[in-house]
Design a protein around this ligand. Sequence first.
Ligand SMILES: Cc1cc2nc3c(=O)[nH]c(=O)nc-3n(C[C@H](O)[C@H](O)[C@H](O)COP(=O)(O)OP(=O)(O)OC[C@H]3O[C@@H](n4cnc5c(N)ncnc54)[C@H](O)[C@@H]3O)c2cc1C
Ligand code: FES
Ligand code: FES
Length: 641
Amino acid sequence: MGSLTKAAQEGASAAVDWSDEAVIYVNGVRRVLPDGLAHLTLLQYLRDIGLRGTKLGCGEGGCGACTVMVSCYDQTTKKSQHYAINACLAPLYSLEGMHIITVEGIGDRQRGLHPVQERLAEAHGSQCGFCTPGFVMSMYALLRSSKHPPTEEQIEDSLAGNLCRCTGYRPIIDAFRVFAKTDDSLYTASPSENANGQAICPSTGKPCSCRNETEVSANESSTPCSVKSYLPCSYNEIDGNSYSEKELIFPPELQLRKFMPLKLNGFNGIRWYRPLKLEQLLHLRSCYPDAKLIIGNSEVGVETKFKNAQYKVMISVTHVPELHTLKVEEHGLHIGSAVRLAQLQKFLKNVIAERGSHETSSCHAILRQLKWFAGTQIRNVASVGGNICTASPISDLNPLWMATGANFQIIDVNNNVRTTAAKDFFLGYRKVDLKADEILLSVILPWTRPYEYVKEFKQAHRREDDIALVNAGMRMHITEAEGNWIVSDVSIVYGGVAAVPLTAAKTEKFLVGKKLDDGLLDETFNFLKEDIPLAENAPGGMVEFRSSLTLSFFFKFFLHVTHEMNIKGLWKVGLDAANMSAIQSYTDLFLLQHKVMNQWGKELPWDNQWFICQLCFRSLVRQNMLMTHQHPQITCMLLWC
Ligand SMILES: Cc1cc2nc3c(=O)[nH]c(=O)nc-3n(C[C@H](O)[C@H](O)[C@H](O)COP(=O)(O)OP(=O)(O)OC[C@H]3O[C@@H](n4cnc5c(N)ncnc54)[C@H](O)[C@@H]3O)c2cc1C
Ligand code: FES
Ligand code: FES
């Protein structure tokens, strides 16, 4: 609990001109938030003001029933940004200066349904309807935030944080597929002809009225099916007009609004601060050493709701620019601790596109791990620093920061900055190397060198939006000496096997200086078993399975490194070619299987579809992968493998 001495309160107040005026917009309507609501989440507030379309399901960010879209204005790019969040975890005052759009704000039966709502209804994607507003808002936020029509993969990604337990995902995905841009050639290629001279649609493969655009005469009324887009056709119940396609704009007042440092209160003496400068934050920290720093609230929100934690002073650091740095530097990347995971994903994609591939092996690994980190709504708010400082033993990123050789910059209330290696930062169960007067400032991620490979691993009960059973980060640097490839540096770190991310120290020592050879594997496994002992009664259970995962992760890593060397033509090893399929990514396989099913499957009778599915299924089983199938008949048969 924050220690609220009178002197401290005065100190914190004296330094800054705090404001208690909090304004948000909800569905285009301006709302001034009174003081005294610091204990409320956005969801509680929305439902209190009568917007009950946004549902309370799990209350902890896991089901997506409470999804809303928030929009804020980026003063640097001069553009508004839109993204989906879980209202159940968002502290009300954290939305100050933002526009919130709920399911009521996009369409209804009086004004006409929004195309997203209408598609879901038409495709029978709603049964109990409880999850439906969440799905609608996730899809809506994706469309509002995309400059171009999203891909099918992006649509599936955006729904990973939404659960439906009655209709099933098939009709939901089918409903939203019309908003996706798929293969351009399907829409632009000229139709071919069948034996009867009928045009064959390049998109569906069936006879249709497709024509090359130039062949379509001006007065021809039929629309080629390959260029038909989904047209909203819903109408309202008052005058029968169709949906107007008018979207709520970002409120001009919020574009011009100057942010103020905020100090507000809540029930039971809670205080909410929003500093705008690092010096204000450090000053608050010196006054309230026990105060909770808040960014996405995805850890703190769960602690206060379900673990009876009480924090009297909360400091929202979302508006402190020094904690939001994203910079490319000579020796690597500089990542501010308050950077949101979705921002990090975007940044890493750009860096990977711009830098040499040998420098970005760590970036690739972090980016791939983030794909399976929570759902979109959580990644849109959760921060790098929140994940690190929580020090969860199953954090998906901490083993990677350690394996990649990242450093953490820490600042104290007197502005002194020190640097510590990520591998030395985690001291015990949820205990880190941070004193009461310190905060995490940033992460420095070094570039990788030529022939240095980094790989991430995560195994959970299901692939999307689930916590890891075991995860890992691994890095190996190899150098050439007298015609041999030698392991010159290696880092192997596991999560989910101990109270802190665990380094396989003996294995690392054994590997350094060894010639890269498949004969190394057996001995390495023996060292790994010593390094990562899981007692029979280890917390989390499934001990045999988790132990075998630690070995199979390393096996996959070894395959990955050998494969990378193979494709460069540098090294050939005698590993069984069949094993190499284990290093194909889930996404590659998924897309392949999707293509196969789309091209052949639709034309085949049911049992042949099942046969094709079995083929895909087996190839995925070999790789410990979960498949979410595209076809309704078989969805239920494809379980965890
Ligand atoms: C539904 C759900 C799914 C999740 N899935 C995953 C997952 O797949 N993988 C995974 O690893 N985690 C997962 N998490 C955990 C969580 O989302 C992450 O740990 C997240 O990164 C926390 O960030 P935050 O900004 O929300 O933290 P907050 O809750 O805002 O803060 C967390 C803690 O960090 C401290 N803190 C934050 N910044 C600083 C700083 N600069 N200096 C000092 N202390 C600081 C805060 O005081 C607080 O104690 C999940 C959580 C939920 C609710
Ligand atoms: S209620 Fe389940 S995510 Fe918010
Ligand atoms: S329609 Fe019922 S849970 Fe989704």
